[in-house]
Design a protein around this ligand. Structure first.
Ligand code: MV4
Length: 451
């Protein structure tokens, strides 16, 4: 087992990793930029190293600085969290060269899943249902026209290096296709330095349902159910829940076993999330994330499994001790991402928290690293914390969420709390009757102010 883990991240996920390490009796090293000197994970870690100025590229993305911090402290493993270097295959390779353990999957699996064309090709070969589309990348307009004729319009042009919605263009008719291809390639070249694109049948009103997996690379892999992440704005998730209100147990077991079997065949190591679009009772693979995700507490609350604890043990070479038959999904969990943003226009609202009172009580969890008097820096994402509630049923979880949101006080900055107080009272949300476009339509129809 590792002696000392360097946490190459910040905010709530850095605290989350620190907690798991401490419970395993492993020493912790916090790294921070000059903007995060007063951060909670720095205060609670056994040691801390300042790795640079506020800009991420000079601190949390600064590989030489992270290697030096390992050298100085004698850390034998690095946990990357999410974002930053968590899905950077080169970083995983460099750590291997320096004999420092990367708490994550094999670099090759990160590389495969980072290329959306390779990811899809691999998923298909492993027996995972995919969206109908081009076999690989699209080389010219002629090929695109043939594929589009075959799968039928509307089609979606997607960037191979994309993900998170960047570099996507819909073509509703043959006449739109050439422009959509050109715009997607231009955007992809500018954003990722790679203009490779592929084609898929465009699904009009899907849900976004992701399956949590855990594998040890020794022939064992299990699934831990799903999370419905359809409630998002401009590809930023806001409300995630599990189980999905749209699935029954049979569907859950079927798609879960398909994914677990695929991960066994792949020899996947660590935690991973296989993302699907779900429409008319069918699942369509779109991407796989090879990191711990922001919304992992939803799965922890319904399974009782500590995913970061499992991640660390697997990275240390221990076999998976959980069998699929041990996994019990119990109750319902909902996570709301509390961001330092204006709840109507989502403009960032950094600043000092003048008063902070988080909710509590049975089935209420707040994963946050802020405190009263904390100054939220403007340099990073706006996540203040995650309010996660659990109930024996979805309606109990909704009632608990409503109560917890009304109890939650964060003064000094604007937050998304008022938006969630409206959503938890909304009929469609109470009925679980939503798709990936629901929130943007709700906001466009007046959303907050219309209440
Ligand atoms: C799609 C799609 C419809 N049809 N693919 C957006 C980000 C990336 N994860 C893939 N995305 C989509 N791919 C096909 N063939 C719609 C989206 C999409 C979306 C997907 C999940 C969650 C939110 C979304 C918001 C807009 C579009």
């Amino acid at each position: 087992m590792f002696q000392k883990i360097l946490i190459a991240n910040r905010g709530e996920i850095a605290l989350r990793i620190l907690r798991a390490a401490k419970e395993l009796g492993i020493a912790t090293v916090a790294v921070h930029s000059t903007a995060d000197a007063e951060a909670m994970h720095v205060k609670l870690a056994d040691e801390s190293v300042c790795i640079g100025p506020p800009a991420a590229r000079d601190s949390y993305l600064n590989i030489p600085a992270l290697l030096t911090a390992c050298e100085i402290t004698g850390a034998d493993a690095i946990h990357p969290g999410y974002g930053f270097l968590s899905e950077n295959a080169r970083f995983a390779d460099i750590l291997a060269e320096h004999k420092i353990a990367f708490i994550g999957p094999k670099a090759d699996h990160i590389r495969i899943m980072g290329d959306k064309i390779e990811a899809k090709r691999t998923a298909k070969a492993l027996g995972i249902p995919c969206v109908p589309g081009s076999e690989g990348g699209i080389t010219d307009d002629e090929e695109a026209l043939q594929v589009a004729e075959k799968i039928g319009y509307p089609v979606l042009v997607k960037a191979a290096s994309g993900g998170g919605g960047r570099g996507m263009k819909v073509a509703r008719t043959k006449a739109d296709l050439s422009d959509a291809l050109a715009m997607a390639r231009t955007e992809a070249k500018a954003a990722f330095g790679d203009d490779a694109v592929y084609l898929e049948k465009y699904l009009e009103k899907p849900r976004h349902i992701e399956i949590q997996v855990l594998g040890d690379g020794k022939g064992n892999a299990i699934h831990l159910g799903e999370r419905d992440c359809s409630i998002q704005r401009r590809h930023q998730k806001l409300w995630e829940e599990g189980p999905s209100p749209a699935l029954d147990d049979r569907q859950r077991e079927d798609i879960g076993e398909i994914v677990a079997a695929a991960m066994r065949k792949l020899g996947y190591i660590g935690v991973g999330t296989v993302e699907f679009l779900y429409e008319n009772g069918q699942f369509f693979f779109i991407e796989m994330n090879t990191r711990i995700q922001v919304e992992h507490p939803v799965t922890e609350m319904i399974t009782g499994i500590d995913l970061v604890n499992e991640q660390i043990k697997i990275a240390a070479g221990l076999p998976l001790t959980i069998q699929q038959s041990d996994v019990r999904l119990s109750g319902h969990a909902i996570e709301c991402r509390v961001n330092a943003e204006n709840p109507e226009n989502f403009r960032p609202s950094p600043g000092r928290i003048s008063y902070y009172h988080p909710p509590g009580g049975l089935g209420v969890r707040v994963d946050s690293a802020v405190y009263q008097g904390y100054l939220i820096p403007p340099n990073y994402d706006s996540l203040v914390g995650k309010l996660v509630v659990h109930g024996r049923t979805r309606s109990e979880a909704l009632m608990r969420l409503r109560r917890a949101l009304d109890e939650f006080v964060i003064d000094g900055i604007e937050t998304t709390l008022p938006l969630f107080r409206v959503l938890v009272r909304n009929a469609d949300m109470q009925n679980g009757d939503y798709d990936i476009h629901w929130l943007e339509h709700f906001l466009a129809d007046g959303g907050m102010s219309a209440q």
